[in-house]
Design a binder for this molecule. Structure first.
Ligand code: DSN
Length: 430
């Protein structure tokens, strides 16, 4: 068994090295700062603290309470709101907490379709199905790559869902929340925003401000454009104390037992870092996404959202049917050291044959890349997918490009190795 442990350490070292040499373009991934990582492997990992600060079911939680109160305070400052709950352990769990709190089985809940970029939480095989709520789909404007306001108003007035979820996993442009808010009010529906992808952009003042555009509650994961640990979050301006209590009960005991205290402590660090560095990071992340989109478009790639400047977020969607389809292109990019994912795009007929790839700039921005590097990345795409250059050659060029960008930015301890393997023991077991 000792050998297996040695093998595992080696595999994870190789994984870190692979990412150090790659161009990581997964829109939902990011890198943790050294101070956040340190708390992630602290003794908090070994503890239980069910309940809220000061109202625990376990003893020994005095310091956990201090950490949680700091984390809550930072969350409220970052999102300029009165309510926060940092106990959901992931974005999907945060969504389940909202559904538990604000919907009953059988209720109608507004959302977008998967092919229009929605997260699997909205699917019958995801969180919606777990809670037993029925989706009401918004109409979609394929050219503008966002909700079609006029047609969606009609749908909402006709069907009258109780709750309306706004949020996407291919999130190119802000949702038309302010335009839809009067309709939500007229039918008595509550506005809920899943900010997982754009959390760091919202906190950095870059995308939209859902809590001031008609949404009462915002759920999220905390490791995408907000470069925190894998965890979940609820923030908002609940309309009354009853809603606060329901949301808190949704988080615990509704959908969590213990809330991963080590991740919560790391999240507090990430919030503090985002308060200090988030504005610049968010701005540069979006600038890079636009630069990459333009550079790919100039090289003949079909980047969606052209009329509106391709993207206003960290994400771009590229239709790659001419290049072999989403699955094939994602695989070939990976062989060439460029990590992305296949994705369904509007108009795709089968989930098994996604027509596109989704690209994101959170991680390449985090290690300090800028517009010049975005052009270089587009050249690598062109070389591989249009000029027929062998993947092995492109992989070497990708590694050369990445070699200059392996230190973290936009955090305390900037410059620390971004892909460091933390060898705490110093030797393999014998
Ligand atoms: N699966 C994540 C994404 O890549 O968008 C969201 O949970």
């Amino acid at each position: 068994m000792a050998t297996v442990v040695g093998q595992l350490r080696q595999v994870v070292r190789e994984h870190s090295r692979r990412f150090e040499r790659s161009i990581p373009l997964i829109a939902s991934e990011n890198l943790l700062s050294p101070y956040a990582k340190e708390l992630l492997i602290s003794d908090l990992h070994s503890r239980y603290a069910e309940g809220l600060p000061g109202e625990r079911y376990y003893e020994g939680n005095e310091d956990v309470d201090r950490v949680e109160n700091l984390c809550l305070d930072l969350a409220r400052r970052l999102f300029r709101c009165s309510f926060a709950d940092v106990r959901p352990i992931s974005g999907t769990v945060a969504n389940l907490a909202v559904l538990k709190a604000l919907a009953e089985p059988g209720d109608l809940v507004g959302t977008s379709r998967l092919a229009d970029g929605a997260h699997i939480s909205s699917a019958s095989f995801g969180a919606f199905g777990v809670r037993g709520v029925r989706p009401v789909y918004y109409a979609w404007d394929e050219e503008a790559m966002t909700i079609d306001v006029a047609r969606t108003r009609e749908i909402l007035r006709a069907v009258r869902p109780k709750l309306c979820l706004f949020g996407l996993s291919v999130f190119l442009f802000p949702m038309p929340l302010a335009d839809l808010a009067p309709t939500l009010e007229a039918i008595g529906a509550r506005g809920w925003y899943d900010a997982a992808h754009v959390l760091g952009l919202i906190a950095g003042g870059e995308f939209q401000d859902p809590l001031r555009e008609g949404c009462e509650i915002l759920s999220a994961s905390t490791h995408k454009t907000l470069p925190g640990p894998q965890h979940g979050l609820l923030v908002g301006e609940p309309k009354d104390e009853e809603t606060v209590k329901r949301l808190q009960a949704g988080a615990f005991p509704g959908v969590t037992s213990n809330h991963h205290l080590h991740a919560m402590a790391a999240l507090a660090v990430s919030f503090a870092e985002h308060l200090a560095f988030g504005r610049e990071y968010a701005r540069r992340t979006v600038e890079n996404a636009r630069a990459l989109a333009s550079a790919l478009h100039e090289r003949g790639f079909e980047v969606l959202g052209e009329r509106l400047g391709f993207t206003a977020s960290h994400t771009l969607a590229v239709r790659v049917e001419r290049e072999g389809g989403g699955s094939e292109v994602a695989r070939r990019l990976s062989e060439a050291g460029i990590i992305a994912n296949k994705n369904l795009l509007p108009g795709d007929r089968s989930p098994k044959s996604p027509g596109g790839v989704r690209l994101g700039t959170p991680e390449v921005t985090r290690v300090g890349m800028g517009a010049k590097e975005m052009v270089r990345i587009a050249e690598l795409f062109d070389a591989l997918l249009h000029q027929g250059r062998p993947a092995a050659e492109v992989r070497e060029e990708a590694a050369v490009l990445k070699a200059g960008f392996t230190g973290l930015r936009y955090c305390f301890g900037a410059g620390e190795a971004a892909y460091r393997y933390y060898d705490l023991v110093g030797r393999d077991p014998s």
